[in-house]
Design a protein. Structure first.
Length: 475
C-alpha cells in the first residue's frame, strides 16, 4: 500500500506524540515508507540497519500499525526492508548543515538529538545511564583484520552465550588500545547482540566518567544505596574508558566493590581502556590485579587493507560507491585511527552529495588538505637532518661529517632512526644521504636508539618532540 506524502507527515506527527521526541528521533524518524511495495493491506518501511529493524519490529510495530490506521483509516500490516543507502543519501542531500563531520547519517543525527542516552531503562534491556549507545556499532558493521581479530573473536564468543548463568570464560573481558581503534564499537556490538538474544538481560553500558558523575551525585543527593543497587544488580556491566578512574580514589573504590560483587555472582564485566591493566596509571593495586583476571586483549591500528575495507563498508552504508583509487588514497594518507578516517569520509560524502558529483582523488586531496597537513606531512631526509641538527644546536654538515664525538654521533643516530621511522627510504638510501655511509651503520643506529628508548626517558621525550616538529609542514 502506498502512503501519500500527506499521510506520511501526519503519521510522523502522530508517532512523535505517541512515543515522545527522543524515541521518535532515535528509532522512527530514520524510517521511510518504501515506494516499491504495492501489496494491498501492507506498508513496507525502509530501515537503515538490521539492528534498527530488529529493534523497531520488537518495539514499534504495533504502534506503527495503529498510527497507519489513524492516518489512512484502513487496517494494514507493516513490513521492513533494510536499505541504508537510500536513507542516508536522502538525508545527506537535504542537509545543508556545515557541521557534517560526525553527523552525516540519520542514526548519528538521532544520537545527537538524544539528551539522556539512547535507551530508556524502563523500556529496554540496554541501559546506558546517559551515554549514547550507537545503533550502528554492531558486529555486522565491524571489519575484522589482523589488528583486531583476536578481540573480535573473543567479543563474539562472549556475546554468543545463550545462558547467562553459564560460567564466564573471560571475566572481566578487557579491551585496550589507542583512540579510535574500535573499542567502543566492539563493546557496544556485544551489548546489541546480547540484547537481541537475551531481551530480559539487564545490560548496562556506561563510560567511566559517567560512572563517576553518577557516583558523585548519589553522594550529594544521599541516595548512594540506589546507586549501589543500580550497578550491582545488572547481568552485564560494560564500562568504557576505565583509565578515567586513575587517581579518582573514591570512585575507584566504589567501582572496586561493584566489580567484586558482580564477579562473585558470576556476572559478566566488560571494560575498555587506552592501556593494558599493567600500564594504567594511578589505579590501586587490588583493582589493577583484578582487571587482569580475565582476558585482556589489545586492539592495534588496522593495516592498509583493513582500512580500505572499513572505508568501503562505511561508504556503502552512506549509499556512496567509493572508487578504489579514492579509498586507497584515503587509507594510505590517514593511517593512525579509524575515527579520523571516518571523519574524512563523511566530509567527502557530504560534499559529493551536495554538489552531486562523484568523489575523485583530486577532490579528496583538495577537501581534506587541512587534515593531511596536520596528520601526514611527508617528511624528507633533508628535513629530518635539518630539524635534528637545529634541535641539538649542530650544523647540518655535522649530519654528513665523519666526526665521532658523542655530541654529534648521537644526534646523527637519532636522525637516522627518525629517517627509518618517518620515511620509506631504505637503509642504503638513508646511509647515502648521511654523507655516504654504509647501510650497516644506519642499521646499527636504529638498533641502538631502539634499545636506548626502552630505558632513557629524556631520549623518549626528545624523539617525541622531534616527531611532532617533523609532522608539521616546513615553514
Ligand atoms: P575507540 O573506542 O577505540 O576510541 P570507537 O569504537 O569509537 O573507537 O571507533 C571509532 C570509529 O571507528 C567508530 O565510528 C567505529 O565504528 C569505527 N571503527 C573502528 N574500527 C572499526 C572496524 N574494525 N570496522 C568498522 N568500523 C570501525
Ligand atoms: Mg571509545
Amino acid at each position: 500500500m502506498q502512503v501519500t506524502t500527506q499521510q506520511w507527515n501526519d503519521l510522523q506527527n502522530w508517532l512523535q506524540n505517541e512515543v515522545g521526541e527522543d524515541n521518535f528521533c532515535s528509532w522512527l524518524q530514520p524510517l521511510r515508507p518504501s515506494e516499491e511495495n504495492n501489496s494491498a493491506g501492507e506498508v513496507t518501511f525502509i530501515v537503515p540497519t538490521t539492528f534498527m529493524r530488529d529493534w523497531v519490529v520488537r518495539h514499534y510495530s504495533e504502534i506503527l500499525k495503529r498510527g497507519l490506521q489513524e492516518v489512512t483509516d484502513k487496517t494494514c500490516d507493516v513490513s521492513y526492508i533494510v536499505k541504508s543507502a537510500v536513507d542516508a543519501q536522502r538525508y545527506l542531500a537535504k542537509k545543508n548543515d556545515k557541521n557534517i563531520t560526525s553527523s552525516a547519517n540519520p542514526a548519528q543525527k538521532a544520537l545527537n538529538q538524544q539528551k539522556n542516552g539512547l535507551y530508556n531503562p524502563s523500556e529496554t534491556g540496554i541501559m546506558s545511564q546517559g551515554n549514547p549507545v550507537d545503533p550502528r556499532f554492531t558486529f555486522d558493521n565491524f571489519i575484522v583484520g589482523h589488528s583486531n581479530e583476536f578481540a573480535f573473536q573473543a567479543a563474539r564468543r562472549i556475546a554468543e552465550v545463550s545462558d547467562l548463568s553459564e560460567v564466564k570464560v573471560y571475566n572481566p573481558f578487557f579491551i585496550y588500545g589507542g583512540v579510535g581503534l574500535g573499542k567502543t564499537h566492539l563493546m557496544q556490538a556485544i551489548a546489541h547482540y546480547m540484547f537481541i538474544n537475551n531481551p530480559k538481560a539487564k545490560i548496562l553500558y556506561i563510560s567511566a566518567e559517567k560512572f563517576m558523575n553518577h557516583f558523585i551525585s548519589s553522594l550529594k543527593n544521599k541516595n548512594i544505596h540506589s546507586f549501589k543497587q543500580a550497578f550491582r544488580t545488572v547481568d552485564i556491566l560494560m564500562v568504557d574508558d576505565i583509565q578515567f578512574l586513575g587517581g579518582k580514589d573514591s570512585t575507584q573504590e566504589e567501582f572496586f566493590h561493584t566489580f567484586d560483587t558482580l564477579i562473585s555472582e558470576g556476572k559478566q564485566i566488560i571494560l575498555t581502556a587506552d592501556k593494558s591493566p599493567n600500564e594504567l596509571k594511578n589505579i590501586e593495586e587490588r583493582l589493577r590485579s583484578r582487571l587482569g583476571w580475565g582476558l585482556a586483549t589489545e586492539m592495534h591500528p588496522p593495516s592498509l587493507e583493513t582500512r580500505i575495507a572499513i572505508l568501503e563498508k562505511k561508504s556503502q552504508a552512506l549509499g556512496i560507491e567509493l572508487n578504489r583509487d579514492v579509498s586507497m588514497f584515503l587509507a594510505d594518507r590517514i593511517s593512525s585511527n579509524v575515527r579520523e578516517l571516518e571523519g574524512a569520509l563523511n566530509r567527502l560524502v557530504a560534499h559529493s552529495t551536495l554538489i552531486q558529483q562523484a568523489i575523485t582523488v583530486e577532490t579528496a586531496q583538495d577537501l581534506l588538505k587541512d587534515l593531511f597537513r596536520s596528520y601526514n606531512h611527508v617528511v624528507t631526509l633533508e628535513e629530518i637532518q635539518k630539524k635534528v641538527a637545529n634541535y641539538y644546536n649542530l650544523r647540518i654538515g655535522d649530519m654528513h661529517s665523519v666526526k665521532r664525538t658523542k655530541a654529534i654521533a648521537r644526534p646523527r643516530q637519532i636522525a637516522m632512526y627518525l629517517s627509518k621511522q618517518l620515511t620509506t627510504n631504505s637503509y642504503p638510501e638513508i646511509g647515502k644521504s648521511f654523507g655516504g655511509r654504509d647501510h650497516t651503520t644506519v642499521m646499527h643506529a636504529v638498533k641502538t636508539i631502539n634499545k636506548l628508548l626502552k630505558t632513557d626517558s629524556s631520549l623518549q621525550e626528545d624523539i617525541q618532540l622531534l616527531e611532532k616538529l617533523l609532522s608539521m609542514p616546513q615553514n
